[in-house]
Design a protein around this ligand. Structure first.
Ligand code: TEU
Ligand code: CA
Length: 551
């Protein structure tokens, strides 16, 4: 919730940095905070308004920082608290806010709280986590599986009990029903906000209200009371952005998180459009081909649900998802055109767009061929589970190559220098082979580069109120190849179209979108007339602003 109705984050574009893979300043092969500071001019040139910084807190890195051992310390491999403060200050000078990642559904098993909890049932920290006695046969209390494979229950001999960890065994879930847990979290949030950060992205926030004994993990009964308490104790009255990651939120429950009268969050990250392309049993590791009508319908439902209240987040990729151009476009024959098309159709919707590092130059999936190239704890955990379910290693690797999380975590490709200019050392994960020609230096030098397209979209968002305030209406929804929608504000229409295929395709445009206008962005020839049907070249996209439309 925000005091005024036109907060800065409604006109701003976000940029997600996965620090481990962004830029290494000291040659240890791991990205770091000084490395980010070195690249702030790149972000300023792009025109983004804030960074979502994935975790940089002290962590044993079981899940690359999504397992926090000390919320008030910076992981040494990323730098120091002084580096963090310098990043906040240097970014601010460039008009960029730093939004931090809040991971409070769980801590690391190396957090002092958990260490104390494991030492004795009598420690007050013991109740900060979920402990249950063994089942009668001595095994885990339930058959609940962990997201990263295996049982979600883990035995600790010293206290003779199992603890619950929904992700990896190194990520024990915090018991939010414990008032001291909530007090500790809110105090920590205030300490970070008082350092001048721009807000929080909240990791799997839909899980903090879980009712474990009744098997309710997502959007549990206590979720919204806790978020309202968090708002009262840490967020109210601050000029910040809060966005909650929720893999369970739907258009029907979205306003419970971000409606203006809820006093909880400003927006949510939902994954309905992502999960629609996954296998019900094998998830991301058995992806389906893109079903464009379904994809358009889902995005449209979110535009409708949050048209008058709440606020959308708009994204196709992040550190958990494959590269957008590989998942939804054509990384080979039409990489630049499809990268621009995807950017156009996403950025001209209503909501705040989020660019994932490397998306601004159309970086692609890594296509690892050997198991030892992978790094992701989820991939190795699921490999065990899926082997047991009869999936061959070759099939699993093929799936991991298409939609595994490591695709987004290969080093940012800055130049054609060794290791793509990411490090002068040995990178913690292999650099994509295509970095020699696909990199920031080459793309920004190219007048038709992807970077320039994103920069224009970001500038358009600041210039044209129809983008931030206009209505949204899609058309020809059943069209299997082309995405088309009209933004409306007063007598203005912004007609946006994108061909999601490598073949020429047409789309029928409603009469309200017809006429002569001004082409505000394109990835092909100048188009100023909208007539129906509209014929588009492979992966062609453009937007035409028509004024003086009545009715
Ligand atoms: O992700 C939530 C999460 O579970 C996703 O990783 C996704 O559901 C899973 O990959 C399904 O295949 C958040 C963070 O974004 C992720 O990086 C962390 O690993 C996870 O939570 C635990 O903190
Ligand atoms: Ca480093």
């Amino acid at each position: 919730m925000h005091p005024d109705d036109k907060p800065w984050w409604k006109r701003a574009t976000g940029y997600q940095i996965y620090p481990r893979s962004f830029n290494d300043s000291n040659g240890d092969g791991i990205g770091d905070l000084p490395g980010i500071i070195e690249k702030l001019d790149h972000l300023q040139a792009l025109g983004i308004g804030f960074v979502w910084l994935s975790p940089v807190y002290a962590s044993p890195m079981a899940d690359n920082g999504y397992d926090i051992a000390d919320y008030d310390a910076i992981a040494p491999e990323f730098g120091t608290m002084d580096d963090m403060q310098r990043l906040v200050d240097e970014a601010k000078v460039r008009g960029i806010r730093i939004v931090m990642d809040l991971v409070v559904n769980h801590t690391s098993s190396e957090h002092a709280w958990f260490q104390a909890a494991c030492a004795s049932r009598d420690a007050h920290e013991h109740e900060y986590y979920y402990w249950r006695d063994a089942a009668p046969d001595g095994g885990p209390p339930s058959d609940r599986r962990a997201v990263f494979g295996g049982s979600a229950w883990h035995w600790v001999e010293a206290v003779g009990r199992y603890y619950f960890a929904y992700f990896s065994s190194g990520q024990p879930d915090l018991n939010w029903q414990n008032r001291q847990v909530r007090r500790n979290v809110f105090a920590m949030m205030n300490r970070w906000l008082d350092r001048g950060i721009g807000g929080f992205r909240m990791d799997v926030i839909d899980l903090i209200g879980k009712d474990l004994d009744n098997g309710v993990l997502e959007q549990g009964p206590d979720l919204h009371p806790y978020l309202q308490e968090m708002h009262r104790e840490a967020l109210a009255g601050r000029d910040i952005l809060t966005v909650g990651e929720s893999w369970s939120v739907t258009p029907d429950t979205a306003l419970q998180y971000c409606g203006r009268e809820r006093y909880e969050l400003d927006m949510v990250f939902n994954f309905n459009h992502v999960v629609a392309g996954w296998d019900p049993e094998f998830g991301r590791f058995k992806p389906k081909p893109l079903d464009l009508p379904l994809f358009k319908r889902i995005l449209g439902e979110w535009q409708t649900a949050l048209a008058e209240d709440g606020w959308n987040s708009l994204f196709l990729s992040n550190h958990d998802l494959p590269r957008a151009v590989s998942r939804y476009g054509d990384p080979d024959r039409h990489r630049v055109a499809s990268a621009k098309m995807l950017a156009t159709v996403i950025h001209l919707m209503k909501g705040t767009p989020y660019i994932y590092q490397g998306e601004e130059i159309g970086m692609t999936n890594a296509n690892f061929t050997r198991l030892e190239q992978f790094r992701d704890v989820e991939t190795f955990g699921q490999l065990e589970d899926q082997r047991a379910a009869g999936v061959s290693e070759a099939d699993f690797i093929a799936g991991a190559n298409r939609t595994g999380r490591d695709n987004a975590r290969t080093p940012m490709q800055w130049s054609d220098e060794p290791s793509a200019g990411f490090t002068r050392g040995t990178p913690w994960i292999d650099v994509n082979d295509n970095a020699v020609h696909l990199n920031v230096e080459a793309d920004r030098a190219d007048p038709d580069g992807v970077f320039g397209h994103y920069r224009r979209l970001i500038a358009l968002r600041r210039q044209l109120p129809i983008i931030t305030e206009g209505g949204y209406r899609s058309f020809d929804d059943a069209n299997p190849c082309v995405f088309g929608y009209v933004r409306t504000l007063g007598d203005q229409r912004l007609v946006v179209v994108g061909n999601f295929t490598g073949e020429r395709a047409s789309i029928g445009v409603p009469a309200e979108g017809w006429g002569e206008g001004r082409c505000v962005i394109r990835n092909g020839p100048e188009r100023t007339t909208i007539d129906s049907p509209l014929s588009l070249a492979p992966y062609e996209s453009f937007a035409v602003l028509i004024t003086g439309v009545d009715g």
